[in-house]
Design a protein around this ligand. Structure first.
Ligand code: AMP
Length: 303
């Protein structure tokens, strides 16, 4: 089954302790779609300016992503994000956010997008996420992500959005901030009270936690020696997660658990290089081999 994604397509300028990247292809929509494309068909709704080069469009197209919903604004400038990481790679620090064409984006979904069963509202203005959601007909699963920029800037719209989604994926620090609650278990309960039936908290190099009804599932992150750039790890995680769920067509708790591991697999590849450099060009064997390593990493026998 296929996935509809709305998200940012960006020029990212990133500094990590291991190097820098200047105005490279990024954005929540780009990372999510690329990652999910290894599992399912993906249609992207996004906006760029006239400065967005054809080679980036080709990079996304080469992954088979449907870009009918990618709008180019004549004379407009593409969204830009500048950030840096210190030795704690779990925490992204924003230097500058220029929304540019994202500010006035009023998407009109192509007719064929409206029946897509899996909807991922990647990190972007919650009002824009809802504009997309307003247009889809009878989705099987609606999931969303967000970040501190929107938690601080549009908390009411975000609360309204959460009342309309099944699954929310959020960073640990942002879950605490959004719920205004330092204890993660209590913060999760508060977010679930707003509407979603499942909450997945991304914990960077410590993995992910899923809260669903009374159960909690914990997955590790893959212990990597070479991490260059965590940017996009959260979106790549969501891409593996939703990509697998859409491929599998089933939303049981067991399917969600496996999906979280595949999300972690995709995130672990993404952090090995800047931009989409590692995520592009993966093979099915690469993904299967790392999935098998995850199984070994978490396996233990009852003695
Ligand atoms: P993450 O997966 O959380 O590391 O997301 C990184 C991506 O989020 C970067 O490629 C940025 O372009 C994008 N991003 C940063 N700030 C925003 C924002 N305020 N709205 C939408 N996308 C953003």
């Amino acid at each position: 089954m296929s996935i509809l994604c709305v998200g940012s397509v960006a020029f990212d300028s990133v500094e990590t302790p291991f190097g820098t990247a200047d105005e490279v292809l990024g954005g929540s929509g780009s990372y999510f779609s690329t990652s999910a494309s290894y599992f399912s068909d993906v249609s992207l709704v996004a906006v760029v300016g006239e400065d967005f080069p054809a080679e980036h469009v080709k990079t996304l197209e080469d992954r088979g992503i449907d870009l009918t919903g990618l709008k180019t604004v004549a004379g407009g400038k593409t969204f830009r994000w500048q950030g840096y990481y210190e030795y704690d790679l779990n925490q992204a620090h924003t230097r500058d956010t220029q929304l540019n064409v994202l500010m006035d984006f009023d998407p009109e979904l192509p007719e064929e997008y409206k029946d897509i069963p899996y909807v991922f509202l990647a990190n972007v203005d919650p009002e824009l996420q809802m504009k997309v959601l307003d247009q889809v007909k009878d989705p099987k699963l609606v999931a969303c992500d967000t970040m501190n920029f929107w938690i601080e800037g549009k908390p009411e719209a975000l609360k309204e959005l959460l009342g309309r989604v099944d699954l929310c994926v959020i960073n640990e620090g942002e879950a605490r901030q959004f719920a205004d609650e330092p204890n993660l278990v209590k913060a999760a309960a508060k977010i679930l009270d707003l509407g979603p039936s499942t909450l997945i908290v991304k914990r960077g190099e410590y993995g992910a936690l899923m809260f669903h009804e009374d159960s909690v599932f914990s997955a590790p992150a893959y212990p990597l020696e070479d991490i260059f750039d965590p940017t996009g790890a959260g979106d790549s995680f969501a891409g593996g997660l939703i990509g697998y769920l859409a491929k599998n067509g089933e939303l049981s708790e067991q399917a969600m658990r496996k999906a979280i591991i595949l999300g972690s697999v995709m995130a672990s590849f993404n952090v090995e290089a800047f931009s989409l450099d590692r995520l592009n060009g993966l093979t099915e064997d690469d993904i299967n081999a790392r999935y098998a390593e995850f199984k070994r990493l978490t396996h233990f026998e009852d003695l």
